[in-house]
Design a binder for this molecule. Structure first.
Ligand SMILES: Cc1cc2nc3c(=O)[nH]c(=O)nc-3n(C[C@H](O)[C@H](O)[C@H](O)COP(=O)(O)O)c2cc1C
Length: 582
């Protein structure tokens, strides 16, 4: 067996990997000696490449006038990107430096000739993109060698590739892969600047390692983790000390005691969830609209055709729905998740394709989904919560779309709370008396068939079974989303009756998940009031909304954010020198 490197040399390799940083500030004007640049380029040139095709070239740019033109190209795309960002993200982006084209003495463009080596380049014939991957590996080598030399490197990708290629005189068959700003620095940041700025977080390694099959998370030498059990185990009660500190601060703030009404409790709950006072501001926020279809639609519980689910998904993605308008106003991002739409959806930016199946089965005839499907949907929701938090969101907002989902919600609410179907079933989008009577009957028949309360059969003691019996894929995914948020101690603002039904499932699985939930509003659906009282949540907005999509929750977002900001920013009587009431 070949020997590994001696310990100190191995440590040096791991050190350079850990300490390589994308550098954007703190560059020194000192020129980079040609021999240093030569060593770094030689390291890049030793990268692996598909079929040993070595598709890279390195364009070394020092001319100021050229760098100014390149910086202008990047500036235009930076502005366009900024104009597209929701409020809190735009403010955070404004504080970020994304390129150092003029602050560094040398820029290096790494290109790729996708034709080099001809037709029989080994490996590239089946995967043409491996040519680009090879040039990226050259970048990685360069980046690591530069760190070892004390040179900072910042990668700039705010370019139209052909515009930049023209500026650099690249022939049509050669592509720009990377544009790097290179120079000496006084120090390297200990962690990615985007992490320090709160823009995004590092995903834990254990989320990224799968054993044998995608989705089977396991670190080497360890048993595969039961992911749902892991998420549930991470959910803990709110921090009583932080809550007490928040209450105490509310009483010292320059306002009469209790005068912020329900918002005081919101701030206290946010502190309890965060485990500190003041808690972080719940922004940026992201609405995840979970969309799915329902087999029970066949029972004639709504006048809307099932196709409307897919059509509304397209509307959300085009930015034309009410939730988009409200989210734009509140400065939140909208992400749409296909967890079970009964149509093939085009891949477009903003759509997360996570389809479990093309709609559920009719719960009056059998379980809406299998237990495995319910678990898969729960995990999908939890993973989306994790990804959105890793992407820098500090507040999650539930949204949903699924024609016939108020029927499934009513059945879930009855199963979890023991409510009477006549009390828990509502008119959804608006239905006539005959349809309403049929809808109640459908819920009754479902409950009769699945007997959620019967001993030994799935019941509130078996929340996954209840979800499988009645739920939509969006209910199960929303339950997972809530659990994922609770496990990461990030607040999740619930929309109406669909989110409420999902929250019942989440809380049945992990009672402490309720601490992460904030009821955005009370919907006009009668089952929602039952749900909120069961969950012990006070709705922040009560405007008779019955739209879904996440609209009521988004309206409450500024209220939750204001509650946190008041706790953080408002002066206390002692600090402001304001006299208290005698
Ligand atoms: C393909 C690629 C493109 C990038 N483009 C940019 C960019 O345009 N502007 C920027 O500021 N950083 C850019 N970066 C740097 C990343 O934001 C940075 O690598 C990431 O935040 C991780 O930080 P670290 O490199 O310090 O570990 C890019 C990185 C890669 C790999």
């Amino acid at each position: 067996m070949a020997e590994g490197y001696p310990r100190d040399q191995r440590d040096a390799i791991y050190r350079v990997i850990a300490e390589r940083r994308d550098v954007r500030q703190g560059f020194r004007p000192d020129p980079v000696p040609p021999e240093v640049l030569g060593r770094v380029l030689a390291a890049a040139h030793q990268a692996p490449s598909v079929g040993f095709s070595q598709p890279w070239d390195f364009i070394v740019i020092t001319d100021r006038a050229r760098r100014e033109r390149v910086a202008a190209l990047a500036g235009r795309h930076r502005d366009a990107f900024a104009a597209d960002l929701p409020g809190a993200r735009a403010r955070a982006f404004d504080r970020l430096k994304i390129e150092s084209i003029l602050d560094t003495p040398v820029n290096i463009a790494v290109s790729c000739d996708r034709t080099r080596g001809g037709r029989h380049t080994l490996g590239r014939a089946t995967q043409p993109q491996t040519a680009d991957f090879s040039s990226v590996l050259a970048v990685a080598n360069l980046w690591l060698a530069a760190r070892a030399e004390g040179l900072g490197v910042g990668w700039v990708s705010f370019f139209d590739e052909r515009e930049l290629a023209a500026e650099l005189g690249l022939p049509a068959h050669v592509a720009v892969i990377a544009y790097l700003c290179v120079g000496f620095v006084d120090q390297f940041a200990p962690e990615p600047e985007l992490a320090t700025a709160g823009w995004a977080r590092r995903r834990p390694l254990s989320w990224a390692v799968h054993a044998e099959e995608f989705g089977r998370r396991a670190m080497p030498g360890e048993e595969p983790v039961d992911q749902l059990a892991d998420v549930l185990a991470a959910i803990a009660p709110p921090d009583a000390e932080a809550m007490a500190a928040a209450r105490e601060r509310q009483d010292r703030m320059t306002k009469p005691r209790g005068s912020l009404g329900a918002l005081e409790e919101v701030s206290v709950r946010l502190a309890g969830l965060a485990g500190g006072c003041p808690p972080p501001l719940p922004e940026p926020a992201c609405v995840a609209v979970f969309a799915a279809d329902h087999g029970v639609h066949a029972q004639g519980v709504t006048p809307w055709p099932q196709e409307v689910t897919a059509q509304m998904v397209a509307n959300f993605l085009a930015g034309g729905a009410v939730v988009n308008a409200f989210a734009a106003q509140a400065g939140a991002e909208v992400t749409v998740v296909d967890v079970g739409v009964a149509a093939d959806l085009e891949p477009v930016p903003g759509l997360l394709p996570r389809k479990i199946a093309r709609g559920t089965a009719d719960f009056t005839e059998g379980p809406a989904m299998t237990r495995d499907q319910a678990t898969a949907a729960l995990l999908t929701g939890a993973e989306i919560a994790r990804d959105l938090v890793a992407a820098g969101n500090r507040c999650l907002v539930t949204g949903d779309m699924g024609i016939a989902n108020t029927t499934a919600s009513a059945a879930l609410i009855c199963a979890f709370t023991g409510a009477d179907p006549a009390d828990a079933t509502g008119r959804g989008t608006g239905i006539d008396a005959a349809t309403y009577a049929r809808k109640i009957d459908v819920v009754c028949r479902g409950l009769d068939r699945h007997q959620p309360g019967a001993p030994g059969v799935s019941g509130p003691a078996d929340p996954v079974g209840v979800l499988a019996a009645f739920g939509g894929f969006e209910h199960a995914a929303l339950a997972g989303f809530i659990l994922g948020a609770a496990a990461l101690r990030v607040p999740v603002i619930l929309d109406g009756v669909i989110a409420g039904a999902a929250a019942l499932a989440a809380v049945a699985l992990a009672p402490d998940a309720a601490a992460a939930c904030f009821a955005g509003h009370r919907s006009a659906e009668p089952g929602h009031a039952i749900t909120l009282s069961h969950l012990g949540l006070r709705p922040l907005v009560d405007l008779g909304l019955r739209l879904g999509e996440g609209t009521g929750a988004v309206l409450a977002l500024p209220l939750v954010q204001s509650a946190a900001r008041a706790l953080r920013d408002v002066a206390t009587f002692d600090s402001a020198g304001v006299a208290e009431k005698s």
